[in-house]
Write a protein that binds this ligand. Structure first.
Ligand SMILES: Cc1cc2nc3c(=O)[nH]c(=O)nc-3n(C[C@H](O)[C@H](O)[C@H](O)COP(=O)(O)O)c2cc1C
Length: 368
């Protein structure tokens, strides 16, 4: 898989998820395999030029986190160009441009999805960036503003003409938000509209089979996974293996889920410090717990985490609470082997459950 001058080991990508795709999450995912190019949360180009500490934190990286793309948003051509130059000088692998964000704050200033409505202006802005740097410049878009304005194919063609190295397309319109299903025919139309630039399909990939379907149905060169990655951090490795061999490795054991969750927390603490790292982990822990089986006792306490040592206490208490539900390896007992009363506790998803759709996390992020 190539994106401009970048030679990649995988055609599976991590989609930017503001508030989630931080350095600790990316490192935890990379360690599990199957993934190569990751993208940061979106970063305001002007804030980056002003060296705003929050923007600098968003682009923090380490050698183990390569290759990394930074996603920029903004609508002032000079700022976008200069921010791309700054990123190149810092050694980033590529620059991605946000053209899909439906959030009012971003669109109001002409960034995000608003870029899809003004083709000439957008193409000129992108040309300025492409001409200013040697690293690849990519674009991430939705299918269009709404069903009546499916501008992605036309935009993709215009961007290819000004030298964009890849197009990432989420198969929904801005109006759709996260509703309905991802429109594979819409992604196929983007693939058909460009001459040779790779198109990466995105949206609702929660299983290796869904990735296969997206590739087969759309002819896209790769797939990008967002929410599926925090629901199942192993998704890249499993998908890689499925695409390469047609078979899937077994679901990770409970002990492996604990190991990776603990590693994720340790990376959070390392990168953000103990207090902030633990606070951020409050929304991460419950995602791992979705595959633990009965997890109410864990969730109740993890959302209050404030010190690293407390995590061990929570885990010890949870393992004790969970003991009646599991065998000697920590794996859930089959329901029929449990007394009916105990089985009623197991209403939560079993560890091997698969989901068709991943809910959009609650909170301000709902607007993506
Ligand atoms: C919490 C959250 C934050 C997001 N942040 C961004 C972002 O910063 N930039 C962006 O281009 N897309 C963002 N998106 C959209 C995703 O990158 C992706 O296009 C979308 O979630 C569909 O893919 P998925 O079904 O694999 O999650 C975000 C989505 C969610 C749910």
């Amino acid at each position: 898989m190539r994106i401009g001058s970048l030679e990649l080991k995988s055609n599976l990508f991590l989609s930017p998820l503001a508030g989630y795709t931080n350095l600790p999450f990316r490192l935890a995912l990379r360690e599990l395999g199957g993934l190569d190019l990751c993208t940061t949360d979106l970063v305001n180009a002007r804030s980056l030029l002003e060296q705003n500490p929050k923007a600098l934190k968003l682009i923090e990286t380490t050698p183990a986190d390569a290759p990394l793309a930074v996603q920029l948003f903004g609508s002032v051509p000079e700022e976008m160009r200069d921010a791309a130059v700054v990123l190149e000088a810092r050694g980033l692998a590529s620059v991605d441009i946000n053209m899909g964000c439906p959030v009012r704050k971003v669109c109001r200033v002409g960034g995000g999805s608003a870029m899809m409505t003004e083709l000439d202006r957008t193409a000129a802005l992108v040309r300025g960036m492409v001409d200013a740097v040697k690293i690849p410049v990519t674009a991430k878009m939705r299918l269009g503003w709404d069903e009546e304005n499916l501008s992605a194919p036309e935009l993709a063609r215009a961007l290819e003409d000004v030298g964009v190295a890849a197009i990432f397309v989420h198969g929904r319109t801005r109006e759709q938000g996260f509703g309905g299903r991802v429109n594979l025919a819409g992604i196929r139309a983007v693939v058909g509209a460009v001459k040779s630039v790779p198109v990466i399909g995105n949206g609702d990939i929660t299983t290796p089979e869904a990735a296969r379907l997206m590739l087969d149905e759309t002819g896209c060169a790769g797939v990008s996974i967002g929410r599926g990655a925090f629901y199942n951090p192993w998704i890249f490795r499993h998908t890689r293996e499925f695409l390469d061999t047609g078979t899937q490795p077994p679901e990770p054991l409970f002990s492996e889920r604990l190991r990776v969750m603990t590693r994720h927390l340790d990376l959070m603490v390392e990168v953000f410090g103990e207090a902030h790292g633990c606070r951020m982990f409050r929304k991460v822990g419950p995602w791992y717990a979705k595959r633990f089986g009965p997890a109410a006792e864990f969730n109740k306490r993890i959302v209050l985490l404030s010190r690293r040592a407390e995590f061990e206490e929570i885990l010890t208490a949870y393992l004790r609470w969970r003991a009646p539900f599991v065998d000697e390896h920590g794996e859930l007992l089959a329901r029929h082997r449990l007394a009916p009363m105990v089985a009623s506790f197991m209403r939560e998803e079993p560890a091997v459950a698969r989901r068709e759709a991943i809910p959009v996390p609650k909170g301000p992020v709902e607007v993506w």
